[in-house]
Design a protein around this ligand. Structure first.
Ligand SMILES: Nc1ncnc2c1ncn2[C@@H]1O[C@H](COP(=O)(O)OP(=O)(O)OP(=O)(O)O)[C@@H](O)[C@H]1O
Ligand SMILES: [Mg+2]
Length: 505
């Protein structure tokens, strides 16, 4: 196809709906970003431990950044060959299928209000059975108990759901519903694997778990492959793209980053540092059970089959830096927090365990809360800024140790991405704590790239993800430099601080 101005550009659009912001990126065939736009949305914390989003605002931002990315690239929707969607996972939305209006605030993955419900589920089904069916522990993190909470607390919701007048979805389902003008109510296997409601081996909703949770099956989306040319329908002509384009990739953000880092062989891993930090290791077509506190999760699925991963989820990473910035007023920006941290040699003995949502992997303790330990009269903002950045590295070290215990080996080097990896301080300290090199690729927008890859593979825009290797070339490598003695000392201090955080509530 050639127009007056030469070959028409063809791109895949990726919508990356994250916890703090929504982005749309347009990728060309060589993986270059042709246009992008990003908008933040509000975080509602009406009570301690509660975190909510407004699903309408999320949709509005999605429409806005889609238009913004097209405009930035000087393109219209007709240049887009396929749409990929990736999303903050577990966050729970219910809406009226007749009007497309949400019926409650969205409960965000970080929200801990379901601690009691998760414990009940654990007791009713049994921890071993839950793990066997879903690959997950009973924790506040996952969607099923959040949905149960809404059914218990939103007046009339259960009756509406039984009557087909209320439906559930995580954020990707919500966006697919809105983008298709209400034509498609589906979720993909990667997102469904985070609900505590899906049978991980069969990729189907588990009757046993729906019953235990008291969720009417009728309100759930159909489970579809993450990458598929037809399963997801097309964008509505009167929607933000202005024309009908196949939605061909739908995949949770961390699985998208694994794919975007081109980690598709068993043993390959990546760690994404954004709001939280998430280390995923591909395990091929085998769902490997964890004994060390990791999750077993769907990594990818398409018409040909399913792939799995082991995951270590850390709830609070970059959001601790934001907390210092916004709640404590340490600085104007995250970058400025890092600059503060760089003004001191070390944290002066201060350790922050940011257990704002309890502790996730490998602990899974909803009774933990944040602590700051090791303060002296010497401690100032710079030390706390440093301790905040170091906290991410300590938590990822715990996850790597769990991987080693489960898989018998840990990666020889760690590939990283996400907004927090602009911090050289973080990555150098991470290499020190792990004793292995930490490698950052040129493209750190791997979450969006992964969504584009899922969509682009489905429609034949790319034959294989390996065509994108150029975009993933190494940008920076951090070699470990810390002595064993110092590392042991730092890790011992971290362990003591973690102990202090447990059993707080
Ligand atoms: N120079 C820096 N030093 C330390 N942290 C930083 C720096 N710059 C950004 N961050 C952190 O990186 C995070 C943003 O990363 P990213 O943009 O990947 O998150 P995100 O994609 O918005 O997360 P999510 O997808 O969960 O919404 C913020 O939490 C911010 O605090
Ligand atoms: Mg993100």
């Amino acid at each position: 196809m050639t127009g007056a101005g030469g070959p028409r550009p063809r791109v895949v659009a990726a919508i990356d709906q994250g916890t703090t912001s929504t982005r749309c990126l347009l990728f060309g065939r060589d993986g270059t970003i042709v246009g992008s736009a990003q908008e933040e949305h509000r975080q509602f914390t009406p009570r301690p431990g509660w975190v909510e989003h407004d699903a309408v605002e999320i949709w509005d931002r999605t429409a806005q950044v889609t238009a913004g990315a097209l405009e930035a690239a000087g393109l219209d929707g007709s240049a887009v060959v396929a749409v990929g969607i990736t999303n903050q996972r577990e966050t729970t939305v219910v809406w009226d299928p007749a009007t497309g209006e949400p019926l409650a605030p969205a409960i965000v993955w970080q929200d801990t209000r379901t601690a009691g419900l998760a414990a009940e589920l654990d007791a009713a089904v049994g921890a071993d059975r839950l793990r066997e069916l879903t690959g997950l522990p009973a924790a506040t993190y996952f969607s099923g108990p959040k949905l149960r909470w809404l059914l218990d607390h939103e007046e009339g919701l259960r009756d509406r759901a039984r009557a087909g007048r209320a439906v559930f979805g995580t954020v990707e389902s919500w966006l697919v519903w809105k983008l298709t003008g209400g034509a498609v109510h589906r979720t993909d296997a990667t997102n469904a694997s985070r609900t505590l409601m899906m049978d991980l081996g069969k990729l189907r909703w588990s009757e046993e778990l729906l019953e235990a949770l008291g969720v009417p099956g009728r309100m759930l989306p159909e489970i579809a492959p993450a990458s598929h040319p037809e399963a997801w329908g097309a964008t509505a002509a009167d929607g933000p793209f202005g024309c009908r384009i196949p939605i061909a990739g739908v995949i949770g953000d961390q699985q998208a980053a694994l794919l975007g880092q081109l980690r598709r062989r068993p043993g390959e891993a990546k760690c994404t540092y954004g709001t939280g930090a998430f280390l995923l290791m591909h395990t091929g077509t085998e769902a490997v059970a964890s004994k060390a506190g990791l999750l077993t999760t769907v990594a990818y699925s398409d018409a040909a089959g399913v792939e799995y991963a082991l995951e270590g989820s850390v709830a609070v990473a970059g959001s601790l830096v934001q907390w210092l910035r916004d709640q404590l007023g340490f600085a104007e920006s995250a970058a400025e927090v890092e600059r503060l941290a760089l003004q001191v040699e070390d944290s002066g003995g201060a350790v922050i365990v940011p257990a704002f949502s309890g502790l996730f992997a490998p602990w899974w303790r909803s009774d933990a809360r944040g602590v700051i330990c090791g303060l002296t009269r010497h401690t100032d903002r710079r030390h706390l800024a440093r301790a905040a950045i170091e906290a991410s590295a300590f938590q990822v070290r715990e996850v790597i140790e769990a991987m080693r215990a489960d898989a018998g080996h840990a990666p020889g080097e760690l590939r990283v991405d996400g907004g927090m990896t602009v911090s050289g301080l973080l990555l150098a300290f991470q290499a020190d704590l792990l004793g292995i090199p930490v490698v950052r690729p040129r493209c750190v927008e791997t979450t969006a790239l992964g969504a584009a890859v899922a969509a682009g593979l489905a429609v034949g825009f790319w034959e294989s993800e390996t065509e994108l290797a150029g975009a993933l070339e190494e940008d920076a490598r951090f070699e470990p430099a810390m002595s064993d003695a110092e590392r042991d000392e730092r890790l011992a201090a971290w362990s003591k601080a973690v102990e202090r955080s447990l059993g707080w509530v």
